[in-house]
Write a protein that binds this ligand. Structure first.
Ligand code: HEM
Length: 346
């Protein structure tokens, strides 16, 4: 944070009235973060020079073309695949690029694991741990780990970027919440004690869940408690965004951004206490056995980014009545980005 995000925002603040796309800033930051956490690899995307982002571009192209399969009839994309149309050639090209990039990272790790135990003991990123535990699988070849690494980036980068973008928009348009968060982050150094900030993050993901819609396929015939019959093989979708805006679940003030709905204030100490909601009411990270494996990491990262930025800067939408245009792909996005001005906080 201090040697990448802070200098980047300082240089944006120094350019006084210039506009910055915060969504693009978080896109770059989260690629850097996720690759650091996963592989100790520094992509160096968040630099004031705004360098090209070839790996991210390939990744997003692959995602866009593959997601298109969900919005067309299966036989259409199967025909396209068979006749190797332009989009299918493009998909193959970017998938090759991604696999080559990831293959290199995994190969480097595998060589170090085999040749130099000391190195691996000293460098404990996520994939060091996964590969150490699964040494028996090293013989399976790199493909196993390459797939796991690609899945890891998919799970962690876009979701974090989305969560941060909507959080900063909601905070910038709710001054009383911003004042309370800034007060808290100035008082508390430990992210575990940032209860009000935690509640604000939960509340922003209620209104704008990074993953807006989820689906699962029934492994067996099932009957739900309300009598609904679900046959083996049926696909069931649930709308996380709609659930977060349900009056039945959140009351008549569901449309308000109110971190306090997650909080209780101690009468004696005046300290906030967080009241968690059950994950089946709030399935932003899913619920049950497929709950997000990175939930804790996600909260830590978001609190670190939020506290780093809000301690030093004010983030102000560059247009006075800016209303973001919601775009749902795999994650909740702002259609034309989030143009802001960054001002030093004194
Ligand atoms: C605000 C941020 C995040 C949100 C809202 C989120 C949400 C989710 C959701 C809804 C799923 C279930 C997907 C499914 O089963 O179809 C999931 C799975 C997963 N998430 Fe997250 N996630 C976030 C951040 C992260 C981060 C930062 C990481 C990694 C450091 C991560 C790692 C994973 C992994 C590995 C899975 C797969 C679990 C499985 O296959 O059962 N997530 N996440």
């Amino acid at each position: 944070m201090s040697n990448r995000l802070l200098p980047f925002l300082k240089s944006a603040a120094a350019m006084n009235k210039s506009t910055l796309d915060l969504q693009e800033t978080f896109r770059r930051l989260t690629y850097d973060l996720v690759c650091q956490i996963g592989f100790s690899y520094d992509l160096q995307y968040l630099l004031p020079s705004l360098p090209p982002t070839p790996f991210a571009d390939a990744y997003e192209t692959a995602l866009k073309i593959s997601m298109g399969r969900y919005t067309t009839l299966p036989f259409i994309w199967k025909v396209k695949k068979k006749f190797n149309t332009k989009s299918q050639k493009r998909l193959k090209h970017v998938v090759d690029e991604i696999q080559e990039f990831m293959g290199k990272r995994i190969k480097e790790k595998k060589e170090k694991l085999v040749n130099n135990r000391k190195w691996i003991d000293d460098h404990d990123d996520l994939f060091d741990r996964i590969m150490k535990r699964g040494q028996d699988k090293l013989q399976l070849g790199e493909a196993y780990y390459v797939d796991a690494a690609i899945n890891f980036i998919l799970a962690g980068q876009d979701t974090l970027c989305s969560a941060l973008t909507w959080f900063f928009w909601l905070v910038s348009t709710n001054p009383s919440v911003e004042i309370e968060i800034v007060k808290e982050i100035k008082e508390k150094d430990d992210w575990r004690e940032m209860v009000y900030t935690h509640a604000s993050i939960c509340e922003s993901m209620r209104l704008y869940p990074p993953v807006p819609v989820e689906g699962k396929q029934a492994a067996e015939d099932d009957v739900w408690p309300d009598g609904t019959k679900v046959k083996k093989g049926m696909r069931v979708c649930f709308h996380i965004l709609a659930m977060g805006r349900s009056e039945e679940l959140w009351g008549s003030n569901w449309a308000d951004f109110r971190p306090e709905r997650w909080l209780d204030k101690s009468v004696e100490t005046g300290e906030w206490r967080f009241i968690a909601r059950d994950p089946f009411t709030y399935p932003v990270f899913l619920a049950g056995p497929r709950t997000c494996l990175g939930k804790q990491v996600a909260f830590i990262q978001m609190k670190m980014v939020a506290s780093t930025i809000l301690k030093h800067f004010r983030v102000i939408p560059s247009m006075e009545d800016f209303v973001p245009s919601y775009h749902s792909s795999v994650t909740s996005k702002m259609k034309n980005g989030f143009p802001v001005k960054i001002l030093e906080r004194f």
